[in-house]
Design a protein around this ligand. Structure first.
Ligand code: XIL
Length: 322
């Protein structure tokens, strides 16, 4: 094809998220996935609350739909995410057994899940968002920390490595660029994992006006200096971080600024040494599908395509960065 994102990015994957319902719906949605992207993640259906909804019951059905589509269309799959405090099923939050039983349950979950997808999912976010934004960027409080101790992250990576030694294992977090103190805490956590980790995921939920290129570059530099793969894992660029009310006017005025920011981010990613390149994943296809609308409760236009599946200026910016 000519001028598609995946063709323009010659030495890294261009990722998108999806849902089983989008795959099953077909039409323009799946046509665009096939045309532009060569890495796929599940938006929420490969998280613990969906895959392990009750004790002894696994449900990989939605993930299987996404993985089968990816395989049919020569796309890699990045598994997102095994352990995340925000997607923990209530039976796990309320686990009644001993700490040892809890840890055995987590090992079984990671092992069973990775075995199910073995050979089909190239890489996994093993733990997502373990570092707090406040409290000196300490380990975030969670049932996993309570039950398994402060080295629960290392334990989960060990379980994952044992389950599928061929899978690439990532730690994933946000505010990796915008907060120097959180960045230091994330790299400190990563350093404690030694050979159990293969890559760092920087979510990249950012805005048209920040973080600065130098802050994004600091994430890359820290990752490259540790000889890890770099995943820009959840890129979206808010045009309305001020939660302005004059939204239609703002949408058009901000288009060019958003284009410039997409270009900047892609330029930084593209300049990474080839051995550290992995994938740049955009967190949503059309503006109207973005999680940010609900999360912030205001209109925004954070993605590459509008609700009619038409390319935005941001798409041009992405290509300009390559
Ligand atoms: C979000 C999804 O987009 C939503 O559909 C879901 O309801 C909640 O999770 N950081 C992450 C992602 O690591 O998993 C989140 O995705 C967005 C923030």
């Amino acid at each position: 094809g000519s001028g598609t994102l995946k063709d323009a990015a010659t030495d890294f994957s261009v990722g998108m998220i999806t849902r089983a319902s989008y795959i099953n719906g077909g039409g323009q949605h799946t046509a665009l996935l096939k045309q532009e992207f060569n890495n796929l993640s599940s938006e929420y259906e490969m998280k613990m609350n969906i895959m392990y909804p009750s004790e002894d019951t696994y449900d990989f059905s939605a993930g299987d739909v996404i993985v089968a589509f990816a395989q049919e269309n020569d796309m890699n799959v990045h598994g997102h995410a095994l352990i995340w405090h925000n997607a923990t099923p209530s039976w796990v939050e309320d686990f009644t057994g001993t700490d040892a039983e809890f840890e055995a349950m987590v090992e079984d979950y990671i092992t069973t899940t990775m075995n199910h997808f073995k050979g089909k999912v190239r890489s996994w976010d093993v733990v997502n968002e373990a570092i707090a934004d406040d409290n000196g960027n300490a380990l975030r409080g969670s049932i996993f920390k309570d039950r398994m101790g402060d080295d629960y992250v290392r334990k989960c990576f060990q379980f994952a490595r044992n389950a599928d030694p061929d899978a690439l294992l990532f730690y994933n977090d946000y505010n990796f660029a915008s907060s120097a103190s959180k960045r230091a805490a994330i790299f400190n956590l990563i350093d404690g994992l030694g050979d159990l980790i293969d890559g760092a995921g920087a979510q990249m939920h950012i805005s048209y006006n920040g973080p600065a290129a130098s802050e994004i570059q600091a994430v890359v530099n820290g990752t490259v200096s540790r000889n890890l793969l770099m995943h820009f894992s959840e890129l979206d660029i808010r045009t309305n971080p001020e939660k302005d009310e004059a939204v239609m006017e703002l949408s058009s005025a901000r288009g060019a600024q958003q284009q410039a920011k997409f270009k900047e981010v892609v330029q930084i990613y593209n300049a990474i040494p080839i051995d550290n390149k992995f994938a740049l994943t955009v967190w949503g296809l059309r503006d109207n599908e973005s999680w940010l609308l609900e999360f912030h409760g205001v209109p925004d236009w954070p993605l590459l395509f509008d609700e009619n599946y038409d390319k935005k200026l941001g798409y041009i910016g992405f290509l300009e960065g390559l």
